[in-house]
Ligand binder design. Structure first.
Ligand code: ATP
Ligand code: CA
Ligand code: CA
Length: 453
């Protein structure tokens, strides 16, 4: 909710939420460093740690210039274990979360959740409803049993669950992996459920610089789907099938496949045009620059370097500054410069890694193509890179009914209606992805033969 230009959530300024949770995470994750690593125990899942942050500071917490707040970390030891599972070092996690202000993203969803993106592009923090937070708590043991059996998955990876308490209001937040690298321009983005009922981006959404489209838009833009090589197609479908089985076992519904499409052919064309524009601007500056009137009214040079235009991953609302109170904070973090082919911090987190357990060869970089995406073709034979993952999984059908709040009831309380709906949802989802959205590359020759990896 925007109020007088400032973004607020539950009437709390977004800046305050962000700054406070950075302090909170710094405290809880930093404090864990003193506790030696050990095996995960069942009661670690129910543990919570709450700490008060008075503005003047305390023996445990630093002084800060936000209002007094409390910060709660759910299952801190369990989440440390999960971060470890995905090779995230405590220092790296702290750096990602706390060293620089996060970027607030505009949310195309209807839920009113706020999303923050860490400055290094690795993590997304999403505000949760109370129900979703409770559900995630109960889900954790089983969910991570599945994830540790099979880390190659498109399911979201959760790395922390927190509650920020201020002015008798609670803001619950979850930290998870970011699926869409900001340094790779997404030429289109889809949130797909396999349903057609009202699955069209709103007019307001379509007018955004980087809209998130839905199923009906996809069918219109790609009436014949998107083509994958046979091996890739099979790997993707197997992963989706496995993931749906896990979701169904928890009676989860309403999840989506988020699909970001980077079009290599359009990107190459954009790069050429950009170079021509820059060369022209440089020439004009050289020829006319000396006579340019100084001061107001003087024309500022258009482009200054040959870099690709900064991507507007979602429309970046604002980045929030003034984090002087956090140790280790530097303004340099605001420079979002990253190499195109960088490795991601979170292991198994790129789209390609998520679907290929044993095809590691496919991860080799090819030329200056951005890494980590799943290679594909449009029906017009354009070369695509796909960035995908399953999102928004904290809606359980189980939650719509007032049931005993235990993990056991989540699994065993199977009346037919509630079992039926999630299973119908999963089946429809898989069918749509496997038959309408993704297709196996046809055997007749395409214009260029698909690149062999
Ligand atoms: P609703 O319940 O109304 O569908 P929501 O507030 O629960 O919405 P999500 O469905 O989780 O929000 O996500 C909304 C949008 O945010 C997605 O369509 C996608 O564009 C973006 N998004 C969500 N999670 C991620 C992620 N892990 N990485 C990148 N982008 C994401
Ligand atoms: Ca959603
Ligand atoms: Ca949701």
């Amino acid at each position: 909710v925007a109020e007088g230009g400032e973004v607020t959530y539950k009437k709390i300024k977004s800046k305050q939420i962000m700054g406070s949770i950075q302090l909170g995470i710094q405290h809880t994750v930093g404090g864990l460093a003193n506790k030696p690593k050990r095996d995960l125990l069942m009661n670690d899942f129910w543990e919570m740690e709450t700490i008060a942050f008075p503005p003047e500071g305390s023996s445990l917490t630093p002084a800060h210039h936000y209002s007094e707040f409390r910060f709660k970390a759910y299952a801190p030891i369990a989440f440390r274990y999960f971060r470890d599972l995905f090779d995230i070092e405590p220092d790296d996690f702290l750096m990602s979360m706390c060293a620089s202000p996060m970027l607030e993203l505009s949310n195309p969803g209807a839920s009113g959740s706020i999303f923050y993106l860490t400055d290094d592009d690795e993590f997304i923090i999403k505000t949760l409803q109370k129900k979703e937070c409770e559900f995630l708590q109960k889900l954790l043991p089983g969910y991570y049993m599945n994830l540790s059996q099979n880390p190659r998955t498109l399911l979201p990876k959760f790395f922390g669950l927190y509650c920020f308490h201020f002015n008798s209001k609670n803001v619950r937040l979850v930290a998870m992996n970011n699926l869409l690298p900001s340094d790779i321009k997404m030429h289109a983005k889809y949130d797909l459920k396999g349903s057609t009922f009202r699955r069209k981006a709103s007019k307001a959404e379509r007018q955004k610089a980087s809209p998130t489209f839905k199923d009906l838009d996809f069918a219109e833009h790609h009436p014949n789907g998107i083509f994958l090589e046979a091996d890739t197609y099979t790997a993707l479908m197997n992963t989706i099938k496995r993931d749906c089985m896990v979701l169904e076992s928890f009676q989860i519904m309403d999840y989506s496949l988020l699909v970001g499409i980077h079009n290599l052919d359009i990107a190459a064309k954009e790069k050429r045009e950009e170079r021509i524009r820059n060369a022209r601007a440089k020439r004009e500056r050289r020829e006319g620059g000396a006579h340019q009137p100084a001061g107001p009214g003087g024309v500022a040079p258009l482009a200054t370097d040959d870099d690709a235009p900064e991507s507007d991953q979602f429309n970046q609302l604002q980045s929030v500054a003034s984090f002087a109170s956090i140790p280790g904070t530097s303004a340099a973090g605001l420079n979002r410069t990253r190499s195109m082919n960088r490795q991601r911090l979170v292991a198994h987190s790129t789209a390609m890694e998520s679907i290929t357990a044993d095809l590691d060869a496919t991860l080799e970089e090819v030329g200056d193509e951005p890494m980590g995406g799943i290679p594909a073709r449009s029906e017009n034979d354009e070369r695509l890179m796909l960035y995908i993952g399953i999102i928004d999984i904290l809606q359980s059908y189980r939650l719509e009914k007032k049931l005993e709040h235990t993990f056991k009831s989540l699994l065993y309380n199977g009346d037919t209606v509630s079992v039926c709906r999630p299973s119908f949802y999963a089946k429809r989802f898989q069918d749509a992805m496997g038959k309408q959205v993704f297709k196996k590359t046809p055997t007749f020759p395409l214009k260029h033969s698909p690149s062999k990896r």
